[in-house]
Design a protein around this ligand. Structure first.
Ligand SMILES: *Cc1c(COP(=O)(O)O)cnc(C)c1O
Length: 368
């Protein structure tokens, strides 16, 4: 569904665009989240008046009052989804309405106002059309869209802000983890938890990430790439890996079954997670949501019932897990190599996102 008329956003592009040569230079090995396009969209909200008309304008710093409540009490949420260059030369985004819906579930949890889904998607469409030249063409590369909302009212009283700013900007993305899809080593965090029942685990809020950074530092000090989070109560059920959902591949009754931890409220409900559950069934694998403990992870591997583990998310798509380390010891998954199921799912997802295979789910959204 293309929105031909911009009904919510005024377009005021830069006067002088970056030259083709400079853009090509900046887009060479962009990594993740370091290079930004020439425009951004902002939409202001004022309690009692609602969302104002949005503005597409040159990318640049925001002006904030030092008393803006986001700087003190942390009402800040974000999203992440991608635009992909298609085999036919067009550009499409992957399931943007799913992100718009999750954005509003995050907003609700942080007592922030809902943003109409059509404004969320229109903002992205307008930005991508303006900065189309920044969408990388290679498979596995994409234009990453980063929508966010912050509380901007200058008020130090502890209560929900009465003013907010929605911002959306874009960043050309190569491979998320440097070094391509080589399997990662994970550290099982026993000292820290990411989220607890009744908390903000299901919301994509900035605070969740702030609280995760020390654990990530500890993982790196242990020689690992990423943290694996356990549930806050029993400290034994596996929840996520860093900022990604996690999957295990079992062999059951002669076929591969992908298993991901069930959503409990403390896990982030990933769009990639949901898409993989569907794609796995179509590829003839079993697909289940259920609890998996750390002990089960170790035991199932030793008994040959489990053959692979991988993490998934918009930014890095699918990242195999090759080695697991905890205070108790360490073990290898699939001898430390990428497994065939992770490989097959990654390829199926990327082919769908780039229009190499037909979109039978209605997941792709036409942009330009
Ligand atoms: C964003 C995120 C994910 C992945 O969600 P996708 O919609 O697949 O990108 C998983 N876990 C956490 C903690 C996240 O913030």
């Amino acid at each position: 569904m293309a929105l031909a008329v911009l009904s919510h956003i005024d377009v005021r592009p830069v006067e002088h665009r970056v030259s083709d040569a400079e853009r090509a230079e900046r887009m060479t090995n962009p990594g993740f989240g370091k290079v930004f396009t020439e425009h951004m969209v902002t939409v202001r909200y004022v309690e009692g008046k609602g969302w104002e008309r949005g503005e597409l304008k040159p990318y640049g710093p925001l002006l904030l009052d030092p008393a803006a409540s986001v700087l003190h009490y942390g009402q800040a949420i974000f999203e992440g989804f991608k635009a992909y260059y298609q085999a036919d030369g067009s550009v499409k985004t992957f399931r943007p309405f799913a992100n718009a819906q999750r954005f509003n579930r995050s907003a609700e949890r942080l007592a922030m106002p809902a943003l109409p889904e059509e404004i969320f998607v229109e903002a992205a469409d307008a930005l991508i059309r303006e900065d189309r030249a920044w969408v990388p063409a290679a498979i596995g590369e994409s234009l990453y869209l980063r929508p966010l909302m912050i509380a901007t009212e200058a008020a130090l009283g502890v209560r929900p802000s009465k003013e907010y700013l929605f911002v959306l900007f874009a960043s050309p993305a190569g491979a998320y983890f440097s070094g391509g899809v080589k399997p990662v080593t994970v550290w099982i965090s026993e000292d820290y938890v990411r989220a607890a029942p009744g908390g903000t685990g299901f919301a994509k809020c900035a605070g969740n990430y702030a609280a995760s950074l020390l654990a990530q530092k500890q993982a790196q000090a242990e020689g690992c790439d990423q943290v694996v989070w356990l549930d806050a109560i029993h400290r034994k059920y596996i929840e996520e890996m860093g900022g990604m959902n996690i999957f295990f591949v079992y062999q059951e009754g002669g076929r591969s079954v992908v298993v991901t931890p069930e959503l409990t409220g403390s896990l982030l409900p990933g769009v990639t997670r949901l898409s993989i559950l569907e794609l796995a069934r179509e590829l003839g694998f079993g697909a289940e949501e259920r609890k998996v403990t750390v002990d089960e992870w170790d035991a199932a591997l030793k008994e040959g019932r489990m053959t692979e583990a991988f993490a998934c998310g918009t930014a890095a798509v699918i990242t195999p897990i090759g080695r697991v380390k905890s205070k108790a010891g360490e073990w290898l998954v699939n001898r430390g190599a990428t497994g065939p199921v992770a490989e097959q799912l990654r390829e199926a997802l990327l082919n769908l996102q780039h229009g190499v295979t037909a979109d039978t789910h209605g997941w792709m959204h036409d942009v330009c």
